[in-house]
Ligand binder design. Structure first.
Ligand code: ADP
Length: 351
């Protein structure tokens, strides 16, 4: 009995409402015909109105109650938040196509769940690959250091022909490890997505001059001259995070030296582009074959692995650059021809 009131099945609703209306109609019929002596037609009309109203109200009451209970369970499942006491639970509107509405919301919910699942899968795959890449990158210098140290311990230390060379090579690989770990923590910070940019207006040419000074020694070692393009005599003010942009310029100019030829040339140019300034770092170095161009911004991607490693590269420099430029909601691109040179260009907002 209580179950019919609380949680009725469609059959119980139909039986209960039909039974209740018939019973009430009979009672009404006998009561009216006994107490009032009405003409048959009037009595039939009153009875008809009574049955119609009763059937409408009882069915509406049960349907609302029945559908509402089911819908409530569905809503509770798909809307994960807990309702506050003064927040109204979603009710059932008598004129609303509730089944269609619930179906739409459930489909929307299922789509969201699928998207979230896809994101989790992509993230898990990304992490697996990242961890694999890191251990691969760390292995090479560690093995090299291990080899040199063991050779020194096994007697090489007393062999004046090799001891200093081996120590220097081991130290160089420790430097490489340090670069990789530094770049990895930079990438981790950038990819965490909570990069806080300290935007300020500054002179991009001045910052480039500072970067040139920092890299002067490295450029001199390869007799590469660091210059500004003709027409870049003007000073351009940009709105960006100065320290992050210093990192971008350092990585790009450093690459132009690492992959530049002896007696080469690196030129930095600035171009006024309406709302933005385009900054280009161009070299006349070894260049990059066309089919590699799409990937040079990928983590650990190297065109020539041995050359990059010999230069102490981590393979992360350009992906750090891309992250920083994109965090500024700007773009970066590259043009290059093997044995002619490469040009990396990125934009910054004009101040
Ligand atoms: P790396 O630490 O190896 O230099 P980057 O992410 O900075 O890593 O660069 C990725 C790869 O792109 C490099 O290994 C190199 O092959 C190529 N590359 C980058 N800059 C230049 C350049 N100016 N000229 C030629 N090749 C370059």
């Amino acid at each position: 009995m209580f179950n019919i009131l609380k949680n009725p099945t469609p059959r119980q609703i139909a039986l209960a409402s039909a039974g209740f209306i018939s019973l009430m109609a009979l009672v009404f019929h006998f009561a009216v015909s006994r107490l009032l002596d009405l003409p048959v037609l009037v009595e039939a009309v009153i009875l008809g109105v009574f049955i119609l109203t009763g059937a409408y109200l009882i069915n509406l009451f049960y349907l609302k109650k029945y559908i509402y209970r089911k819908v409530k369970v569905i809503y509770k499942t798909i809307h994960r938040h807990k309702r506050s006491p003064d927040e109204k639970a979603p009710g059932v509107e008598a004129d609303q196509n509730i089944i269609e509405e619930v179906e739409r919301e459930v489909n929307e919910w299922a789509d969201q769940q699928q998207q979230q699942l896809d994101r989790y899968r992509a993230w898990a795959e990304y992490r697996r690959k990242f961890v694999g890449d890191i251990s691969h990158e760390l292995k090479t210098p560690i093995f090299t250091i291990q080899g040199y140290l063991h050779t020194l311990l096994d007697g090489g230390l007393y062999d004046d022909k090799v001891n200093m060379t081996f120590l220097k090579k081991a130290a160089k690989n420790v430097d490489r490890l340090y670069t990789i770990v530094e770049d990895l923590s930079a990438i981790a910070r950038l990819e965490a997505g909570n990069l806080v940019l300290e935007m300020q207006a500054f002179d991009i040419k001045e910052l480039t001059e500072e970067v040139f000074e920092d890299l002067e020694m490295k450029a001199r070692d390869k007799k590469i001259s660091l210059e500004f393009k003709e027409g870049a005599s003007q000073n351009y003010k940009v709105l960006a995070d100065r320290e992050y942009i210093r990192q971008v310029l350092t990585n790009l100019v450093h690459n132009s030296i690492k992959y530049g030829n002896v007696n080469g040339l690196t030129k930095v140019g600035f171009y006024d582009m309406d709302k933005n300034i385009l900054i280009e770092v161009a070299d006349n170095g070894i260049g990059i074959p066309n089919h590699h161009l799409l990937h040079v911004f990928d983590r650990f991607y190297r065109v020539d692995k041995s050359r990059s490693r010999a230069q102490g590269g981590s393979g992360l420099g350009l992906s750090i650059v891309k992250h920083i430029v994109e965090a500024h909601k700007q773009t970066i691109n590259v043009r290059s021809t093997p044995n002619v040179g490469s040009t990396f260009g990125f934009t910054l907002e004009k101040a």
